[in-house]
Design a protein around this ligand. Sequence first.
Ligand SMILES: [Zn+2]
Length: 403
Amino acid sequence: MFLLEHQHKGMPARTGKLVTAHGTVSTPAFVVVATRATVKAVEPAALREIGVQIVISNSYHLHLRPGEETVAALGGLHGFSGWNGPTMTDSGGFQVFSLGAGKEHGVGKVASIFPGDEPRPTRNHYRQGKSLVQLTEEGASFRSIIDGSEHFFSPEGVIELERQLGADIILVLDECTSPMHDYAYTKDAMKRTHRWAERSLTALDAPNKESLHPNPDQILYGIVQGGAYEDLRKESARVIGAMPFGGFAIGGSLGKSKQDMLYVLDWTIPMLPDDKARHLLGIGEIEDIFAGVRRGVDTFDCAAATRVARNGTVFLKGEPRHRINLRNARFSRDPRPIDESCDCFTCRNHSRAYLRHLCRSGEFSFYRLATIHNLRFLVRLMQDIRSAIAADTLEELEQDWMN
Ligand SMILES: [Zn+2]
């Protein structure tokens, strides 16, 4: 469970220990995305060397392939993947959202729309089209993106699915609303998410089929919804925060801008109990990590660090948005490592010029080397954040990064 270690002087930021059946996570921490039971391009042994503490896989994707029974038969996610450290699984609520309203509205988590802009798709899989999801009180039915087969997710079914996958921290099924949903719909969806949360807790208490469940000590997180509406977010945080969950995630539409996202955090976190961990779903830009940490977020997950790496974008403090793109011609004969202060395998062994060559040639080794650097960069950033909180100097650290 969660042990609060140090509360920062004058702000909600805190350090703590998240104790799981497969190890303890020092928080604040970055949870590395391993959607299909692997971090793309990097194997578990390298993750350990990088200092990654915890990974998050996706129940929806693993349900479609290879199927939870297969994962359970091989010892759950830990036995199956060879990563024996702490793990989380997302419930699939966000995928239901992406295939449903997100697809109809053509938007992602923080919509790419600002006041005055027209809605526009953020990525291919949010391309506008007819919703592929039928939502009822009972749950959500949808078609597989792999083979078109019909599937049904209920709160109870997702608990059973996550029990078979066996992650240490599991999330309830929720309904993610889109920033384009109006107040009335967002409120209905939030109430439904609250009823689903009750059903999930009941399902977790039901006698379990021990032989099929590889990890008996799972921690269930509730998810706060309510879109970008102040009264709904506060109500959701109060209602979900009062339920006997092991921790809490903040999910769903975080509004139409970064500022909206900060409001959502400001409304939500003070309503959640101090003695449970708080996870911010799907957010992980450096400025967002600082904004979340100072408001009391303990863990983050985001696919961006690994996704952009595969495109040639690597993190480097002091550059615009703390990143450079190795495809740039200015690196063609640059003998320096990506970051002279970085101790990762890539920076210890390879020059920008060589990495640029691998990237432009589409070599598989590039995906691995670039991902290793970006993950090590985030691991070190989170270490620095934890040290700064312990010393009550988070403000100074953030200044140093934001200037
Ligand atoms: Zn490096």
